[in-house]
Design a protein around this ligand. Structure first.
Ligand SMILES: Nc1ncnc2c1ncn2[C@@H]1O[C@H](COP(=O)(O)OP(=O)(O)O)[C@@H](O)[C@H]1O
Ligand SMILES: [Mg+2]
Length: 261
């Protein structure tokens, strides 16, 4: 279990009174907490608690694609993101804030193209630069050795665990400073799960990770801080060690000990 990153860690994402509704129905009651720079911050809680809604609000996918109405404030590096509108600004935000979903969704293209596609659109054109980026991203996702001799293979032909690492590599290739992950290992084998956890730990110096996980043991293994969401409510947030051993709220302890959810 990683320790608390200390009192002086910078705030990367400041969520203040964030309330999320779908067609008037509340999915998350006003929630306030900070996500610190260069940490892994997990969000745990049973299904239907608002975890995905919150995560997808951090890159405005819930607003743009899911029909969510979001109130309150979400500041990233002190800049309000909830007022961002327009395809171009949204695309820019999503290059900065990458996302990995529960089900791996590689492009129906080669392994190489899965990674080079985004950076090329973002302006990297030279083959040598793209080659280097593909290698670096695959190495960061602990996948290079498995695929370096067959980069022209379709991404979709890989195993589920490899596809998920490919999706992580694709996200990393855009040099994001935040990566959101929504139950990224829920369908993965233990080895791929371990490799993804290892990647996050190695990369968190430069990247802030927000990890929604249905696996409390995973949160305990990798997260510096943990937020517990329960049926649309942020129950508590704090250093992972504290949440797991001395929670403030009885419901947190009950969930962690498997008494519900
Ligand atoms: N696109 C959507 N449209 C309407 N309701 C939604 C949508 N997405 C989620 N919800 C509702 O919001 C609540 C929280 O869902 P969600 O954020 O997916 O929770 P979790 O990720 O914790 O399982 C649930 O009641 C769910 O039915
Ligand atoms: Mg979810």
């Amino acid at each position: 279990m990683s320790g608390d990153s200390g009192t002086y860690a910078l705030v990367k994402i400041a969520a203040k009174d964030v309330e999320i509704r779908y067609r008037g129905k509340v999915a998350l009651k006003p929630a306030t907490f900070d996500i610190r720079s260069s940490t892994i911050h997990s969000i745990i809680g049973p299904a239907g608690s608002g975890k995905t809604s919150f995560l997808r609000s951090l890159n405005l996918m819930s607003l743009e694609l899911d029909g969510a109405a979001i109130k309150g404030s979400i500041k990233v590096d002190d800049d309000e993101i909830l007022t961002i509108r327009g395809a171009e600004k949204m695309a820019k935000l999503r290059r900065r804030i990458g996302i990995v979903f529960a089900t791996p969704q590689p492009l129906p293209r080669s392994i190489y193209e899965n990674i080079a596609f985004g950076p090329r659109i973002a302006g990297t054109r030279k083959k040598a630069d793209l080659d280097a980026l593909v290698e670096e991203s695959l190495r960061s996702a602990h996948m290079w050795d498995e695929v370096k001799d067959r980069l022209d293979l379709m991404g979709t032909s890989l195993s589920g665990g490899q596809q998920q690492r490919l999706c992580l590599a694709r996200t990393l290739a855009l040099k994001p400073d935040i990566v959101l992950l929504d139950e990224p290992c829920s369908a993965l084998d233990p080895i791929s799960t371990y490799k993804i956890e290892q990647s996050m730990q190695e990369l968190k110096g430069n990247i802030t990770f927000v990890l929604v996980t249905n696996n409390t043991k995973q949160a305990a293994r990798v997260a510096d801080r943990t937020a517990f969401f329960l049926m649309g409510e942020l129950v508590e947030d704090g250093p992972t060690a504290k949440i797991f051993t001395r929670p403030n709220d009885q419901r947190t302890g009950d969930y962690i000990e498997g008494r519900f959810g």
